[in-house]
Design a protein around this ligand. Structure first.
Ligand SMILES: *[C@@H]1O[C@H](CO)[C@@H](O)[C@H](O)[C@H]1NC(C)=O
Ligand SMILES: *[C@@H]1O[C@H](CO)[C@@H](O)[C@H](O)[C@H]1NC(C)=O
Ligand SMILES: *[C@@H]1O[C@H](CO)[C@@H](O)[C@H](O)[C@H]1NC(C)=O
Ligand SMILES: *[C@@H]1O[C@H](CO)[C@@H](O)[C@H](O)[C@H]1NC(C)=O
Length: 389
């Protein structure tokens, strides 16, 4: 988003600059010049018209991107995310080998990361999350200050969506970084802003997770804007196939009317979940322009889900909480998700505050020390609403 805005601005400044230059000369002096330099001006005029049309185009694209969902699929999360912006890679003369190498790489990462029962914790990030002192750092820190969570770090696999995210990941979290290349999407050219490519990337994530199931891996997918304060595994329902967090929990973990949040889900690899992922991924064609969270919230009612016998459950926000909630039980919360927040900086500040409050709680063991409200995130939403009127 910030990229597209920047582009639009730079194009409009180009237009202004061109116009300003012409206005500088008094009109009377300009008229003879106009005639003598008609040829030249014609080109400038053409250029101006072209630039104007181009800027209109970018404005159009930017306005289309505005209400779009976020880097990681949760409606309520930050919106100023940098769309998966894949920098032009130096052309490899051996693309096929590259991909084969990647696959080998993935197999060994999974083997090393998996728990005994072939379960991995998966997160995904782009370069905006990966920046120094930003979301990814807070994510890792959460595991270190959480109670009994540090040992879970070795089971975390980080799927990187661009080169910058990958190189930062390798730097701070070696041996667990995997670069998900966007095959079938042209990221090598100038299509940096395309909404379609962003959605494509989110669907690629669903496809990727489906392929983990086919490889026999259970996974816990967690957005990178979460902090893990306690081990969530003991909270999962033993015989469920697919368990997913929700923004607000209505008290009934089997009630489909809970609105699923795709930012945290735990899936057991079996024929039912493989079928679900196939069906989910194919359903994107029925709901064009929707991300995978929108779509799971539609298809969860489909009779087909019942037919395949999938057992889907919703996780209690007491254990897997989020910033949309008004209060939290610090004595019970396992994972806290920084959604309901606009702006990476706001999110990072408030997630850091959670870690501070948690540390004070641990050192005093005083349960009256709860979490403070995530005010930066709250204000970011209010600003958004007041802009909208
Ligand atoms: C092929 O790629 C390798 C490394 O990717 C590079 O060193 C080599 O120069 C390339 N060859 C050509 C002909 O581009
Ligand atoms: C990281 O960010 C926090 C505030 O979000 C700031 O106080 C701190 O100095 C930063 N640390 C580094 C190393 O930049
Ligand atoms: C931390 O974990 C230990 C071991 O499971 C448990 O006894 C203790 O109560 C936990 N502390 C908190 C604050 O949750
Ligand atoms: C929970 O939801 C399920 C599915 O909608 C329903 O069958 C069940 O009766 C509900 N349980 C309670 C206690 O309301």
């Amino acid at each position: 988003m910030s990229i597209t805005t920047k582009m639009a601005t730079s194009f409009s400044t180009a237009v202004n600059r061109g116009g300003g230059g012409l206005k500088l000369q008094p009109l009377k002096q300009m008229l003879p010049q106009l005639q003598s330099k008609w040829r030249e001006l014609k080109w400038i005029a053409c250029l101006l018209v072209f630039t104007f049309l181009l800027s209109l185009f970018f404005y159009h694209i930017a306005s289309r991107i505005q209400p779009r969902p976020l880097p990681l699929p949760q409606q309520s999360s930050i919106s100023d995310f940098v769309p998966p912006f894949i920098t032009a890679k130096p052309k490899s003369n051996n693309t096929n080998n590259f991909e084969a190498e990647d696959r080998g790489n993935l197999a060994s990462i999974l083997r090393e990361a998996a728990m005994d029962e072939k379960t991995v914790i998966v997160t995904m990030m782009n370069k905006a999350y990966a920046e120094r002192n930003s979301t990814f750092d807070v994510f890792l820190e959460g595991f270190r200050v959480g109670n009994g969570t540090e040992r879970l770090l070795r089971h975390v696999v980080v799927v990187c969506l661009d080169d910058k995210a990958y190189s930062r990941c390798v730097e701070v979290f070696p041996h667990r970084c995997f670069m998900l290349r966007a095959t079938g999407v042209d990221f090598s050219g100038e299509r940096l802003f395309m909404v379609g490519d962003y959605l494509e990337m989110m669907w690629r994530r669903t496809e990727f997770l489906g392929s983990l199931l086919k490889l026999g891996y259970n996974f816990l997918l967690t957005d990178v804007d979460t902090v893990w304060l306690r081990d969530p595994f003991p909270r999962f329902i033993a015989d469920a196939d697919f368990q997913i967090a929700c923004d607000s929990f209505n008290g009934n973990f089997s009630d489909n009317r809970n609105y699923a949040n795709g930012g945290f889900l735990y899936v057991i690899a079996n024929s039912r979940t493989i079928e679900l992922y196939n069906y989910w991924y194919e359903s994107r064609l029925r709901f064009p322009g929707k991300n995978e969270q929108d779509v799971i919230n539609k298809i969860k009612y489909d009779p087909y889900i019942k037919k395949i016998g999938l057992k889907m459950r919703f996780l209690d926000t007491t254990h897997v909480g989020n910033f949309c909630q008004q209060n939290w039980d610090i004595t019970k919360v396992c994972v806290l998700h920084g959604n309901c927040c606009i702006g990476q900086a706001n999110k990072v500040k408030d997630l850091r505050q959670v870690l501070e409050d948690w540390t004070s709680f641990l050192s005093s063991e005083d349960p009256t020390i709860g979490f403070r409200q995530p005010m930066n995130c709250r204000r970011s939403l209010r600003r958004r609403w007041s802009h909208k009127g």
